[in-house]
Design a protein around this ligand. Structure first.
Ligand code: GLC
Length: 553
């Protein structure tokens, strides 16, 4: 499968559709909705992990890579789901959490029981005189080390203490991981999303970060990531010439991402990076509240688009996922201009060079939930952050406001199918409550809504127009203080995309050759173009197409 004209839909199974009334989404719930998924026009669905897990980190703490969490279904359900999607021309992408396992995994349990072979699956280290083995911190707060039973040793966990980092230096670990990927490949899985995969190449001696150096620099993007991935590729997903792979790259660089995804020999089809989603972090810290920095956003989005094109790498394009608050709340005006904001943001991503990912609910303009108490949140990261903010001296209202804006649960609320109690997600009590399903839901979007049809059109256009799928990319009007712009070009075909990120009009000059171009797609039916200039209304996006005349669409 070529991934250049592909769009991917992301499903968080726990929150998509519950077929049993348990309050937790499941695979049969997804089967009920395959026609809806097919109606979007996407070529692949990425499922967040549904493997057996104690759910400390919602499935990213895998206890058995070969079995489905009974709360979410059975292997038969999975086979049926793969077949139902395949019948509609849609591939399945699974989430492979290969950097760490749950501490409930049998490997960790055997290690705890004293089996040296399994102790070598993890990073076990002695403390340094009364201190931890090194100064690394967990991404979920606190130190990255916890005591390993009563051995006096510690084990490394870059995430929760229940997520033990795997020692990829051990060839047995690498063989096990290839076997996991190969198992799912043989069941018809054609896509793999590799969780925090640029953390697998840690230096074996796990050095402390020197004073003034961020500890992430010590273990991210290590030189071993590419060789480890190439080995995995040769033994598993590489056996299918058309497998689609995407690596989640934590705190990465453009140079590394080109290496990971370059068309001539990179081990992955494409990469996620998160730099453009950190432009509303004050002082680089997530648990803060700040308006987004538009110039930085443009610099990052366009710098990565152009840079990856120059290096022959490939970006996964996205505004939303299960770890991010809803983009409409962050970069748009969810209260005053929700539809325009949602469609403007979609235009920017879907016409750019790369592969767009749509996170469930994004296509109907879902927003962050209107929670009022910390008790409404479930996520370990949000709850830890709230406590840490209080401990750092924030008052309760302030700490809550920050969590409200930044929590991952913002994205994890149930898919809103219908108005009314529980949003058509479950007949039971949802594990995380929806709040605004009476105004935002699929049923309303299907009958006269504007966001869902707009997404469908954007996804279709990528398949129809090679300039979108294949064209080169260049920033346009890069210094404009309200508009993000770029051009795409392939031979004689050129596309100009303009998006106003603000609640006021924005005027700019068109490139002269586009003065007579026709509108390809825009979120207002009546673009205001005159005398070589265009004026975009609040959150308006427009795209203009120049063709060589050989292909009319
Ligand atoms: C990734 C996942 C996130 C998870 C973390 C640890 O960032 O997207 O949800 O908590 O890895 O596995």
């Amino acid at each position: 499968m070529s991934f250049r004209d592909l769009s991917v839909y992301q499903i968080y199974p726990k929150s998509f559709r519950d077929s049993t009334g348990s309050g937790v989404g499941d695979l049969r719930g997804v089967i009920e909705k395959v026609d809806y998924i097919a109606s979007l026009g996407v070529g692949m669905v990425w499922f967040n992990p549904f493997f057996v897990s104690p759910q400390v980190d919602n499935g990213y703490d895998v206890a058995d890579y070969y079995a489905i969490d009974p709360a979410m279904g059975t292997m038969d359900d999975f086979t049926e789901l793969v077949a139902a999607l395949k019948q509609r021309g849609i591939g399945v992408m699974l989430d492979m959490v290969l950097n760490h396992t749950s501490t409930q995994h049998v490997w960790f349990q055997r290690a705890l029981a004293g089996d040296p072979a399994y102790q070598d699956f993890y990073y076990l280290r002695a403390g340094r005189d009364e201190r931890l083995p090194n100064n690394w911190t967990s991404k979920f707060g606190g130190p990255a080390w916890s005591p390993f039973g009563d051995t006096g040793l510690y084990y490394l966990h870059l995430f929760a203490p229940e997520q033990a980092d795997l020692n990829w230096h051990n060839p047995a670990v690498r063989r096990e991981m290839a076997a996991v990927v190969d198992f799912w490949r043989r069941l018809g899985v054609t896509g793999f999303r590799f969780d925090v995969i640029n953390l697998i190449g840690k230096p074996f001696d796990l050095p402390s970060a020197p004073a003034g150096v961020d500890d992430r620099a010590m273990y991210t993007d290590g030189d071993l990531v590419v060789p480890f991935l190439k080995e995995l590729q040769a033994a598993s997903y590489g056996l299918d010439a058309d497998a689609v792979t995407v690596g989640e790259m934590s705190s990465t660089t453009l140079e590394r991402c080109i290496e990971y995804s370059r068309a001539d020999g990179g081990p992955l089809s494409m990469v996620f990076n998160f730099h453009h989603l950190k432009v509303d972090y004050a002082g680089g810290q997530k648990w803060t509240k700040a308006p987004f920095d538009f110039a930085a956003l443009k610099g990052l989005l366009m710098g990565w688009a152009e840079g990856m094109a120059a290096g022959n790498g490939w970006n996964a394009l996205f505004w939303n996922n299960h770890d991010q608050p809803r983009a409409v709340d962050r970069f748009g005006d969810a209260a005053g201009h929700r539809e325009a904001s949602a469609t403007m943001l979609a235009t920017v991503i879907h016409l750019l060079r790369g592969t767009p990912y749509v996170y469930m609910g994004e296509e109907i303009g879902m927003t962050d939930p209107a929670y009022t108490s910390i008790d409404d949140y479930v996520d370990v990261e949000a709850r830890n952050a709230y406590d840490a903010l209080l401990a750092a001296g924030h008052d309760a209202a302030d700490a809550f406001a920050i969590v409200h804006a930044k929590a991952r649960d913002n994205a994890r609320t149930p898919m809103q199918w219908t108005p009314g109690p529980n949003a058509g997600f479950t007949t039971g009590t949802p594990w995380l409550a929806p709040t605004n399903q009476d105004t935002i839901n699929v049923a309303a979007e299907e009958h006269g809504g504007v966001i869902l049809p707009y997404y469908r059109r954007l996804i279709a256009l990528r398949k129809e127009l090679p300039v979108i799928a294949e064209g080169d990319v260049q920033a346009y009007a890069h210094d404009h203080d309200r508009v993000l712009g770029y051009t795409r070009s392939l031979g004689e075909n050129r596309l100009l995309v303009l998006a106003n990120f603000y609640g006021e009009d924005a005027t700019l000059d068109l490139p002269p050759e586009f003065a007579s171009a026709r509108v390809l797609i825009g979120n207002h039916p009546d673009p205001r173009i005159s005398e070589g200039r265009i004026t975009l209304r609040p959150y308006e996006a427009q795209s203009l197409l120049l063709t060589d005349g050989s292909k009319e669409i």
